[in-house]
Ligand binder design. Structure first.
Ligand SMILES: *Cc1c(COP(=O)(O)O)cnc(C)c1O
Length: 389
């Protein structure tokens, strides 16, 4: 309609990049050292401090981090890794790429997190590791998972892509347990453009990741060319090119100190969503767990109740789009995709809760730089489309 003034499109996520971060990237570019170097080292140190982790190894992406952590387990053909049916496909793909067999189990319907009882039922003599995902920044029940891991002698690789800043029973994800992998993709709670990091209590995994991350060369590039470095090196395995650039770390140096503020703002918006939407029968909102935690609120992802709403999720998403409101889909259950069906025999009915979520979930706009007026636009559009009030 030509006579209406259109409000700008509201995306479901947007990174908050400060002027200081932009200046830091420019300084990095001018410094003559763009790839892995002093800024990456400094960023890793800050991550260790923030996470209370023994090590934090920055890398090219969360996916690269997951792959390196899994490769460090030396999986043999047929070895199984149990993971969740409600995740991004990278979680499953990296298991396959590391030579393992992905075994997906269903989630708890209220939290979308892997159901520990189903994990136990899925353990076989071939199981080597459990790979939970802290969905949307809500920690899985780690006491239960680590008890299972200990009982059955399994490794735990936490896909913590959503969980930087998450706390479980007063402890920060990354400060305890086995291994965690974080993502700094632009949609995540903090970003380095692309990027990720691995934290692990396992010293031999730290060494292995150092090699895997950079061609199998046992030293950082900057050390090789620094005054005190020597140009000779040895190769002890065929590694990848998964290092983080200083240009990326330059962003991280300013994102990490802002993270707690981002999470506070996200939490405030989520509280407002609960306040306004809880009584709507057309929507089913995510539930809190029965243990103490700090939710990082990477996503706010309710499900539509199609019977009450009189429409399905896809129709709701396109109607919101017509109102200038962006939404996200986290996630289409990966076990229903062609590859996992054809190559691994996964099929509809394997994980009913995840499949229902996959069909009905949508992520509403949630990012630190949005305003209450933006959020009110989301709620007004939702009410209009769902014919509420
Ligand atoms: C984003 C994400 C990843 C991958 O992280 P990238 O940094 O994009 O490679 C893996 N697992 C989950 C659950 C994610 O959300």
């Amino acid at each position: 309609m030509a006579d209406t003034v259109e409000a700008p499109f509201l995306p479901f996520a947007k990174p908050s990049i400060s002027q200081a971060a932009i200046d830091e990237v420019a300084e990095c570019l001018r410094s003559g050292w763009i790839t892995t170097g002093p800024r990456t080292k400094k960023f890793e140190g800050m991550l260790c401090d923030y996470l209370s982790a023994p090590s934090a190894q920055a890398c090219a992406s969360g996916t690269a981090g997951l792959l390196m952590a899994l490769l460090s387990l030396d999986l043999e053909p047929g070895d199984e890794v149990i993971t969740t049916a409600m995740t991004f496909v990278a979680t499953l793909n990296t298991i396959v790429l590391a030579g393992g067999k992905p075994v997906v189990v269903d989630v708890e319907p209220g939290t979308y997190n892997i159901d520990p009882a189903l994990v136990e039922a899925a353990i076989t003599p071939k199981t080597r590791a459990i790979m939970p995902v802290h969905f949307a920044g809500l920690p899985v029940d780690l006491d239960k998972l680590y008890a299972l891991a200990q009982k059955h002698n399994l490794r735990v690789i936490e896909d913590a892509a959503h969980a930087i800043g998450t706390e479980y029973k007063g402890k920060r994800i990354g400060s305890f347990g086995d291994t965690q992998v974080f993502s700094f993709h632009p949609n995540k709670n903090m970003t380095t453009g692309e990027g990720g990091c691995v934290t692990t209590q396992d010293k031999s995994m730290q060494k292995r990741i150092n090699l895997l991350r950079f061609h199998g060369i046992d030293r950082e590039a900057w050390n090789r060319f620094a005054k005190e470095g020597t140009p000779q090196y040895d190769i002890t395995l065929a590694g990848y090119k998964f290092n983080m650039m200083d240009m990326q770390a330059a962003l991280g140096l300013h994102q990490l100190p802002a993270l707690d503020g981002f999470i506070t703002t996200r939490t405030r918006f989520v509280e407002r969503y609960y306040e306004k939407l809880s009584s709507w029968e057309a929507l089913v909102l995510p539930q809190a767990p029965d243990y103490e935690c700090r939710h990082a609120w990477h996503l706010f992802a309710p499900c539509i109740n199609p019977e009450v709403a009189g429409m399905d999720r896809d129709q709701l998403m396109s109607a919101l789009k017509e109102h200038g409101i962006g939404t996200g889909l986290h996630y289409q259950a990966p076990h229903l995709s062609t590859y996992y069906h054809e190559q691994w025999g996964m099929q509809p009915g394997d994980c009913p809760h995840a499949e229902r979520i996959s069909d009905t979930v949508l992520s509403l706009p949630l990012f630190p730089d949005m305003t209450e007026a933006d959020q009110d636009r989301v709620i007004t559009a939702l009410a209009k489309v769902l014919k509420i009030g």
